[in-house]
Design a protein around this ligand. Sequence first.
Ligand code: KG4
Ligand code: ZN
Length: 340
Amino acid sequence: MLPNSELILAIESSCDDTAAAVLNGRKVLSNCIANQTVHKAYGGVVPELASRAHQSKIVPVVQQALVQANIDKNDLTAIAYTQGPGLLGSLLVGSAFAKSFALSLNVPLIPINHMQGHLLVHFIEENGINTPTFPFLGITVSGGHTQLVLVKNHFEMNVLGTTLDDAIGEAFDKCGKRMGLDYPSGPQIDKLAQTGNPKRFQFPIPNMKGYDVSYSGVKTAFTNFIHKQTQNDSNFIHENLNDLCASLQYTLVQIILNKIEQVASENQLNQIVIGGGVAANSELRNQLLARKESHHWEVFLPPLKYTTDNAAMIGITAYYKLQEKQFGKLTDASKSRLTY
Ligand code: KG4
Ligand code: ZN
């Protein structure tokens, strides 16, 4: 056993990635992910298949995380797992495993809110990670969420604005599917956009009052535009793919950027902290950095490995719960919807 160690095994299974990590305090000793490729053929996550795949992957992934961290299961201080939000059938696999493991090792169980995890990755102790101070503006951008959050401390987070319909990642994925790209399309759109012209095609940017955003309008406009163009020219997508990706990405990022600027200025928040899969997007990262000086912002970008779903984010959140002895019970239910 390592000296003064607080070893947490964390399990994440909210959607289609089966992940396990071991943390010693705020340091990540291992961070393992088994991606599920079964969904590619369907152009989106099939909940029943995701839950079955979690069942076959969870034991090997946990084993791998323990081996890579070079620790014995009997040295674990606590077991953390994602309680929600997410797909219920997926969450149940992680929670059932975590509960049985904690029971057999006689260690505390720590249920974690996935969305808190996406923001708290900035508290991992590691080269390249700068930690913000409270309060700050947290932005969660993922396949299921788009939220602007006032983060008061590790656990007190108030949603100031949210999407009223699709999440930003969902818009990337659905528009990508319309262009014939594989699921999830966000990373491919990001890559193809590098050599495209973001001003070539214009899509509407909704002018919403208040702090909420909407992504369904741009998705519909994009789909209708593609439909119309391909009727005249069946090669339209193929011949304009890079410009389509760049223009779409520009619009999707601009929508959230406008809101970040408004919320930050009206609430005097100058630390902008992003998390979630779309936090990997190069346009979003670059546009935030480009505004640093003029807006007097400090911008906190997570390392790419901690943007898409991972278990280290569950582990770091559990670390703070462990300090306060906020433990869960075997009777705690998984929740497909869970607020902060
Ligand atoms: O956080 P995450 O792994 O899962 C959820 O909690 O939803 O986010 C997945 C989302 C997908 O929609 C994926 O297309 C998107 O993140 N994504 C990206 C990029 N990398 C992942 N979107 C745009 N650009 C990227 N580089
Ligand atoms: Zn996520």
